[in-house]
Write a protein that binds this ligand. Sequence first.
Ligand code: ADP
Length: 253
Amino acid sequence: MTTLTKDTITGLAARAVGVTKAYGTGPAAVVALDEVSVDVHRGRFTAIMGPSGSGKSTLMHCLAGLDTVDTGEVWIGETELGGLNDRGLADLRRNRVGFIFQQFNLLPTLSAEENITLPLAIAGRKADPEWFGRVVDAVGLADRLTHRPSELSGGQQQRVACARALLPKPDVIFADEPTGNLDSGSSTEILRFLRRSVEEFAQTIVMVTHDANAAAYADRVVFLLDGRLVHELSDPDAEAVLDTMKALDTLGA
Ligand code: ADP
């Protein structure tokens, strides 16, 4: 039976409320996030877009508990991150969020299977064999599990990273330019897999990207400009995303 909690009722997997974040102090300070509020809906795919330097990475890092905010609140489910000490934050990153990076970040000496199960092993948890099988099938890696990363293509390595993120069933997977290092065929595979994780496994995904085609796989795209959330699109197509990006480039220039 599912326990009914406030976050199942509100349907929010994560949330930023009035978040401000600056780097440096005094006249040299750079405001990376300026009063940003955003809701991340459970079981949906949200993309964060904006010109270079608009605050996308900073927002993702703050939402994922990788960085702290100056003012405002960040929530993962019912947990407000500002109330956690270092240990609580480390726990949250280990158990409740998953990451997919542009550079895959696999451990070179471990096999694909060991890479996939590593976060669970670190958290002292064991993979449910049936769920492991489903995840590995979904990324099409069943016959590659004993391979090391150097024996896999870039696309296959990123599929290992996707399986690694999905296996612990985190509240949210944060993907930082997950296709930035891939050719278009492999990019499509990864984006289809992310979409499928949302549809089939009800996984919540937040993806930072500057690629309109990638963002079009999301249910919703939020746009940042100069550290402010300035626009959003629901069920976007690539053309609408591109048009918005062009408008933001003009505004930013
Ligand atoms: P994006 O991901 O959209 O390119 P970022 O979040 O990386 O934007 O950066 C937002 C702003 O904060 C930029 O002006 C950037 O130069 C600045 N910034 C980001 N990280 C740092 C840092 N560690 N030290 C100083 N300034 C930073």
